[in-house]
Design a protein around this ligand. Structure first.
Ligand SMILES: NC(=O)c1ccc[n+]([C@@H]2O[C@H](COP(=O)([O-])OP(=O)(O)OC[C@H]3O[C@@H](n4cnc5c(N)ncnc54)[C@H](O)[C@@H]3O)[C@@H](O)[C@H]2O)c1
Length: 333
């Protein structure tokens, strides 16, 4: 049992719903998944295999006995007896509203409902709900079973107590909840990621670099800095001993130069799609998605473990890992 939750319901069991189901189950919580795709059970099984492998490497004997994972035949059946509901259906407002209304009708009052949406506003999703005060956004990052961040976003009707309780539940799953102060499209993480991605698409379209060269520029340099200090603390150091003020004086004026494409979006026409897809195939060098997932997981584990050893309390994602490890050890007694 974690933060008072014995059973969770995952509505939608794809990349994200399957990742949530694995995180719940591997923290000892029983999970019911509802997903109408006949292939959903196989896909979620693959996700659980990856997650089990990652948890074994990360936590070894500190792991709790896993919760049972079952597939339900309907939203109502999945939600029955659940202490928390996580919705992860495809990113369409009409579908979200329909499924959330079904969840709302089935889940008793007091049971929180969180949506994994990448950018829809919770106020828009609350429109047709009777108990809209318990709905919030709990936006994770893929792979959900490994990356600690979850962005919490309240809508117009969301009760502050719902946000507090959700933060408690997510923290008990080894996550780092960050409450977004204002309700905006795409929240914080995806707004930042999209800005970078848009620039990267322009660079490919303009023939400046291949997808592999762009990834190299990120992963051999500022990607490493971002993983441990983010952007502002990194730039504080870039200002030398004079710190952030000096950095802003020196590089602030560049913002007015045409360095970036700002909000222009390149047209994703057939030519650009072919270029990106074929360069991405070459970059994968024959490795399957499953192989790449395992490589990614091993690398993420290595980075988080290194950050866990930074200082007494760990640093960044390493601090979240240290907390998770201590929590699991305490539970084992
Ligand atoms: N993929 C990511 O990196 C990512 C990251 C964070 C958040 N999200 C968000 O998570 C949500 C799900 O995205 P995904 O990437 O897992 O998509 P996905 O396509 O992998 O999975 C969606 C699943 O929902 C199922 N589904 C469709 N209709 C349903 C219904 N009526 N009831 C229950 N299940 C239904 C589908 O069969 C599918 O398995 C979206 O809101 C997305 O924006 C995605």
């Amino acid at each position: 049992m974690t933060a008072g939750i014995e059973r969770a319901a995952c509505i939608g069991g794809g990349v994200i719903g399957g990742g949530w189901a694995a995180r719940f189950a591997l923290n000892g919580i029983d999970v019911a998944i509802y997903d109408p795709d006949p292939d959903a059970e196989r896909k979620a099984g693959g996700m659980l295999d990856n997650a089990e492998r990652a948890f074994a490497r990360l936590f070894g004997d500190d792991r709790p006995a896993p919760g049972a994972l079952r597939f339900a035949g309907s939203v109502a059946e999945a939600v029955d007896g659940a202490g928390f509901v996580q919705e992860s259906v495809p990113e369409r407002l009409d579908l979200k509203r329909e499924v959330l209304a079904e969840i709302d009708a089935a889940a008793p009052a007091g049971i929180l409902v969180a949506s994994s949406t990448s950018g829809l506003l919770p106020s828009d999703m609350q429109r047709d709900l009777n108990r809209s005060g318990r709905l919030l956004v709990g936006h994770p990052f893929n792979p959900v079973y490994l990356l600690p961040l979850v962005e919490l976003v309240a809508g117009r009707d969301t009760l502050p107590a719902s946000v507090e309780r959700a933060a408690e539940i997510y923290a008990s799953l080894g996550m780092k909840p960050v409450v977004v102060r204002k309700e905006i499209d795409a929240f914080i993480g995806d707004r930042l990621q999209e800005a970078l991605w848009r620039e990267a698409l322009w660079l490919v379209r303009d023939g400046v670099a291949t997808v592999e060269e762009i990834d190299d520029v990120i992963r051999y340099s500022f990607g490493l800095r971002w993983a441990q200090m983010g952007v502002f603390q990194t730039y504080r150091l870039a200002g030398g001993e004079a710190g952030m003020r000096h950095f802003l004086e020196q590089f602030g004026p560049c913002l007015a130069w045409p360095w970036s494409k700002l909000t222009d979006v390149p047209e994703l026409d057939d030519g650009l799609i072919d270029t990106i897809a074929s360069q991405s195939d070459a970059q994968a060098a024959g490795r399957s998605i499953r192989e790449l997932e395992r490589l990614r997981d091993d690398n993420l584990i290595a980075i988080m473990e290194a950050l866990e050893r930074s200082g007494a309390a760990g640093w960044g994602a390493g601090a979240a890992l240290k907390d998770a490890r201590q929590r699991l050890r305490k539970r084992r007694g």
